[in-house]
Design a protein around this ligand. Structure first.
Ligand SMILES: Cc1ncc(COP(=O)(O)O)c(C=O)c1O
Length: 488
């Protein structure tokens, strides 16, 4: 562990796109990665540590200081999410509702998933599934997870079920790892811009902070490094060499590395090569022998995360898994699974799903990738037609879009105003500040949705931008919210 910053601190770098600088101290996140308010932004830089109760609203005596801090995150950060859920678009019931291009979900494959999950092999009720189980998860599921990750992560040696813990999603896993790895007030390094909700995941229970890799603030003990691969929001993929550089750097400083691979099967561009940290060969890491995570520079401090939320388009099902060689960490996380565990019935279904390699390889993945690619192509072409620059990567569900020219002034207030205009015009996007992007004007567009919703969402985006590009200060022209024929 070491303390940041030293002003000359340097971490291994990777290409983060043009918008990756960030100050320490304004780290925060939100559950919907698209809507933290200025209130949050104004307060956090003054905080001696996120979670300092003195900074949070004293307006209720019902809550503890922790409770106030937790409520404050909700109040401050979830405006767009709440607004969306009160007014969700529905083609028939609410055609003038909000189109959600802000939350990173894959809504393209419900037909395939509902078919698979309703097959007869999914229906099983037996006593053990209704009783308390090993908090790490049933062995039958951990065996399937180990085989699944060995296969899809291309691990040179079979991964082991005793290193697997299953729980209800990636967010819970961040929360559990932060709590068991760090003291309150310590921090993880994270390259920016990043999936901003991690701030909340590590803070709410663990009182742990995030320190952006590019930073110029002071005095927080760093305990680990978080790598998201493929990255959210950029869609970047780390090369084996970059991964190695990070791992060696982390080992040198005795840092834990949490590698979040929740988008690993959502690489839809065939030309893009993806390398899981679990696949690193001894040619990349020549000093280390070939035995699962033992090949890694510091296997006891390397922890891999995967979930079905993204790769299987099941964010509502809540299934995530940890792979770690460190039995202390696995046991401590498993102990928290008493609060974050999965029902026996869901564990059974997940085991059935993960073992069905034929369906996954021959039906689900090819179709999912084709649909992701088509949706990505559609939004990319729309953006190109508008002359809007963006980063295009071929992985994940989102495009990182440069709307800087639509801000009259390069400030986060203007970014927020633009975001609000989109929301007023019934399209929810995520703005760059929520990802700790240092440069105002970047937005994340989620494209993994059905064609008619994408089409209508882009139509509403165009309306707002047309209004802004003509007279920046004017409100957008009034629009009909009915879907046009071309979006049906
Ligand atoms: C990179 C990344 N990790 C983790 C999560 C959380 O996943 P889950 O829904 O399984 O909690 C998300 C959700 O957006 C994400 O983008």
């Amino acid at each position: 562990m070491f303390t940041l910053p030293q002003k000359d601190f340097s971490a291994p770098t990777t290409c983060l796109g043009p918008a990756c600088m960030q100050d320490l101290g304004s780290s925060h996140g939100d559950d919907l990665e698209g809507e933290c308010s200025r209130k949050l932004d104004q307060k956090l830089p003054e905080l001696p540590g996120v979670g300092d109760s003195a900074m949070f609203s004293p307006d209720t005596s019902y809550l503890s200081s922790r409770g106030r801090m937790i409520k404050w995150f909700w109040d401050s950060a979830e405006e767009g999410y709440r607004t969306y859920h009160m007014d969700e678009y529905d083609e028939n019931k609410n055609p003038s509702g909000i189109i959600n291009l802000g939350v990173s979900e894959n809504k393209l494959c419900f037909d395939l998933l509902s078919w698979r999950l309703s097959q007869s092999d999914m229906q099983r009720v037996e006593p053990s599934l209704l009783q308390y189980a090993d908090w790490r998860g049933h062995l039958f599921l951990r065996e399937e997870v180990a085989k699944f990750l060995s296969f899809y992560c291309k691990s040179p040696a079979p991964l082991r079920p005793e290193n697997v813990v299953v729980l209800n999603g990636g967010a819970s896993l961040f929360s559990a790892l932060a709590t068991v790895l760090c003291e309150a007030g310590e921090a993880f390094l994270i390259p920016t811009p990043y999936y901003g909700a991690i701030t909340q995941h590590v803070c709410l229970y663990g009182n742990v902070r995030l320190a952006c890799v590019y930073l110029d603030s002071e005095g927080v003990k760093v305990k680990g490094l978080i790598l998201i691969n493929p990255q959210n929001p950029l869609g970047d993929i780390y090369s084996p060499e970059e991964l190695q550089e990070y791992l060696v750097f982390a080992k040198r400083h005795k840092l834990h590395v949490i590698v979040d691979e929740v988008y690993m099967l959502s690489v839809f561009e065939e030309s893009v090569g993806y390398c899981s940290v679990l696949s690193l060969e001894s040619s990349v890491l020549p000093l280390f022998p070939r035995c699962a995570l033992c090949r890694l520079p510091d296997p006891q401090r390397t922890h891999v995360m995967w979930a079905t939320s993204k790769d299987f388009g099941m964010s509502g099902l809540r299934f995530g898994t940890l792979y770690t060689e460190n039995q202390d960490v696995a046991t401590a996380v498993a102990s928290l699974c008493r609060y974050h565990g999965l029902s026996g019935l869901v564990q059974y279904q997940m085991a059935q799903l993960l073992r069905d390699r034929d369906w996954i390889n021959q039906v689900y993945l090819p179709e999912n990738h084709a649909r992701l690619k088509a949706a990505h192509t559609y939004v990319s072409e729309e953006l190109r037609a508008l002359g809007i620059p963006f980063l295009s990567r071929g992985a994940g569900f989102f495009i990182w879009v440069d709307l800087r020219k639509y801000l009259p002034k390069a400030t986060f207030e203007e970014e927020m105003l633009l975001w609000r205009r989109f929301l007023d015009n019934k399209v929810l996007l995520s703005f760059g500040k929520a990802f700790e992007c240092k440069e105002p004007g970047w937005f994340r567009f989620v494209f993994s949705d059905q064609a008619h919703r994408l089409c209508l969402g882009m139509q509403r985006v165009r309306q707002v931008l047309a209004g802004k590009s003509q007279v920046a200060e004017d409100p957008p022209p009034s629009q009909s919210q009915e879907p046009s024929d071309q979006c049906r």
